[in-house]
Design a protein around this ligand. Structure first.
Ligand code: HEC
Ligand code: HEC
Ligand code: HEC
Ligand code: HEC
Ligand code: HEC
Length: 459
């Protein structure tokens, strides 16, 4: 009897202790500060992508054509990091942490294991050149913050890799642990959301997605950037009918950008006399992106609408967009303005007057969100952004309407008037690209879409 009672009491005590232990562990884990991965490991803890290539050649070749394989080595990344960011931190030491942090997303292996800031230049062919490699993504276990941002991933190096699916065939090279985190957008948000030292969201692709229509429908980053296909992703594996291709195609793939926005233009009347006024309406429909367009490096990017009329004799008239009158609209209409004066500090140009803000024909509507430095001037240095301006980008499935009021000149040729609306896109505003000698491909014009309408000019 007694001994039975004792055992029960013992069990109760053990049970109670166990609950207490679990509870404390839980609170401690909640209170645990974000694990700082900066210089926590060394390069020898990580495997190069070339090793994964030997058994996953197809995925490797796909990834090697995507920007994430060049996040540290790409020319514009090297120029902005070394000539602007690192130079800026030399002039302003309080920026050092933020500038070291560039590597947390652009070359996580160097951030965690290189032990040197800045890491060696790409030409020195160090392991920093791995950029966002296989190893980086397949060691990620979770996000340490909610929402995820600023390289909030939790990574432990080792032979255990993580993946979204459960393996059917054992890999001779590594262990696999299935982890649903790979099927979330938070996985990507670890690097595709960024808050700068001023507390500004200078990158918010995953947050934009979350408040848009695709989140509600469960269409995630992976569905548009890693589409499913019948594919054999390991040489000794077998074909899978739902393999995730590692295309990661985005703004540097003109084919991905083309057709993103559909546009239609129509006049309010089909016949007009010289001197008469015609109003053209353009509808722009974001049919393709799961986030805003443009997204990501918003400080660099512009999309603009150019409308031109050509009369029967071939004379071309440029149409200026009608003003809507919202706050900050001046930043969404191209003109003759100087900007980006804050680059003078890292470039060592005293009293730098800046360069042209837009570098495109004036009077065009620009779809962008301007970033402002602490002195209120427009900047492309996202780490020096103290304020964000009007957000005039095109949201997922959003339609923007623009009007163009055109007074027919008295000398316009009678006959058919052709009016073309064209939406163009640029990764980096051209005057900045020219100043910093960024290769032309970063500022070439990508035609997103166009549409043409007609009316008759009466004699
Ligand atoms: C010696 C060959 C070999 C090497 C090297 C190798 N893998 Fe694999 N891996 C495999 C095989 C085999 C599979 C299983 C394929 C299958 O199920 O069809 C696999 C599967 C995977 C999976 C998916 C797991 C799943 O559930 O199907 C991931 C992720 C992965 N490997 C990542 C890597 C990474 C990252 C590297 C480089 C650090 C790497 N692999 C190097 C052979 C290899
Ligand atoms: C419905 C499809 C769709 C979904 C969902 C989607 N994207 Fe995109 N994404 C696109 C298209 C189309 C483009 C090309 C146009 C452009 O540059 O915005 C693009 C472009 C991008 C770019 C390049 C943008 C630039 O201007 O440099 C990044 C980065 C990106 N996506 C990341 C993501 C991330 C991260 C998610 C999930 C949070 C996501 N995408 C979800 C369709 C999608
Ligand atoms: C930007 C992050 C990222 C990078 C870089 C990356 N992967 Fe993946 N990989 C993923 C995600 C996410 C999935 C799983 C998607 C899912 O399950 O929905 C995946 C899936 C896989 C799979 C399983 C295939 C499948 O259909 O699920 C293999 C194998 C794999 N990756 C290998 C590699 C190799 C090899 C490299 C380098 C050449 C690489 N990955 C680079 C994110 C990445
Ligand atoms: C470890 C950080 C990291 C993670 C995780 C990550 N990315 Fe990226 N991604 C980057 C960086 C850095 C770039 C910029 C590359 C460059 O310098 O142009 C980028 C660029 C891209 C681009 C733009 C390509 C282009 O053509 O301009 C796409 C698309 C993209 N990532 C998709 C994804 C998706 C989808 C996921 C999740 C499955 C993901 N990324 C996860 C860091 C990351
Ligand atoms: C939180 C992660 C993160 C941090 C921190 C970060 N970046 Fe990026 N960076 C990205 C992602 C993601 C992209 C791709 C966005 C897109 O495609 O539009 C990108 C794009 C870029 C690009 C444009 C690449 C191109 O070819 O268009 C440059 C240049 C760049 N980053 C430089 C820097 C510098 C310099 C710093 C530090 C001051 C920095 N980044 C900090 C994630 C980050």
């Amino acid at each position: 009897m007694i001994s039975k009672k004792n055992t029960r009491r013992k069990i109760l005590i053990i049970l109670f202790a166990a609950i207490l232990l679990v509870l404390t562990a839980f609170t401690v884990s909640l209170m645990a500060p974000q694990e700082d991965l900066k210089s926590k490991y060394s390069y020898k803890d990580f495997e190069p992508a070339a090793k994964c290539r030997s058994c996953h050649p197809g995925l490797y070749e796909q990834w090697s054509q995507a920007m994430m394989s060049q996040a540290y080595t790409h020319h514009w990344d090297e120029i902005e990091y070394f000539d602007l960011a690192v130079a800026h931190a030399k002039a302003k030491p309080e920026l050092k942490d933020a500038v070291d942090g560039c590597n947390g997303c652009h070359t996580p292996l160097a951030f965690m294991g290189g032990g040197k800031f800045p890491p060696p230049r790409p030409s020195e062919k160090s392991m920093a050149n791995e950029s966002v490699s296989c190893e980086v993504c397949h060691l990620i276990q979770s996000a340490q913050t909610d929402p995820p941002f600023n390289f909030s991933y939790l990574i432990k190096p080792g032979m255990t890799k993580y993946a979204g699916r459960t393996p059917e065939i054992e890999s001779p090279a590594h262990k696999i642990v299935q982890n649903d985190f790979f099927r979330t957008t938070e996985f990507c948000g670890n690097c595709h959301n960024e808050k700068n030292p001023f507390g500004m969201w200078v990158k918010s692709t995953q947050l934009e997605w979350k408040e848009g229509p695709y989140a509600k429908e469960g269409v995630r980053c992976q569905d548009c950037h890693m589409p499913k296909a019948g594919y054999q992703y390991a040489i000794m594996g077998k074909p899978h009918d739902d393999a995730r291709l590692h295309l990661f195609h985005g703004a540097h793939d003109p084919g991905k950008v083309r057709g993103t926005i559909e546009l239609r233009i129509q006049p309010d009347i089909r016949e007009a006399e010289p001197g008469e006024t015609v109003v053209f309406t353009v509808a722009l429909f974001n049919q393709k992106t799961g986030h805003k367009f443009p997204t990501g490096s918003v400080e660099d990017r512009i999309a603009w609408l150019n409308v031109e009329a050509t009369d029967a004799k071939g004379k071309v008239y440029h149409l200026d967009v009608d003003k809507k009158g919202f706050e900050g609209e001046e930043y969404t209409i191209s003109g003759d303005n100087l900007a980006y004066q804050d680059m003078g500090v890292p470039l060592g140009i005293p009293d730098f007057k800046g360069v042209q803000r837009d570098g495109i024909p004036s009077g065009n509507r620009i779809f962008r969100m301007p970033y402002f430095d602490p002195e209120g001037r427009m900047t492309i240095m996202q780490w020096n952004t103290a304020k964000l301006g009007v957000d005039y980008r095109i949201g997922p499935r959003e339609v923007k309407m623009e009007k163009f009021t055109f007074r027919m000149p008295f000398d316009i040729a009678p006959g058919e008037l052709k009016v073309k609306a064209q939406l163009n896109y640029q990764l980096l505003v051209k005057p900045v690209a020219d100043l910093l000698k960024v290769p032309e491909e970063e500022s070439r014009i990508i035609a997103v879409n166009d549409h043409t309408t007609f009316l008759t000019v009466l004699p």
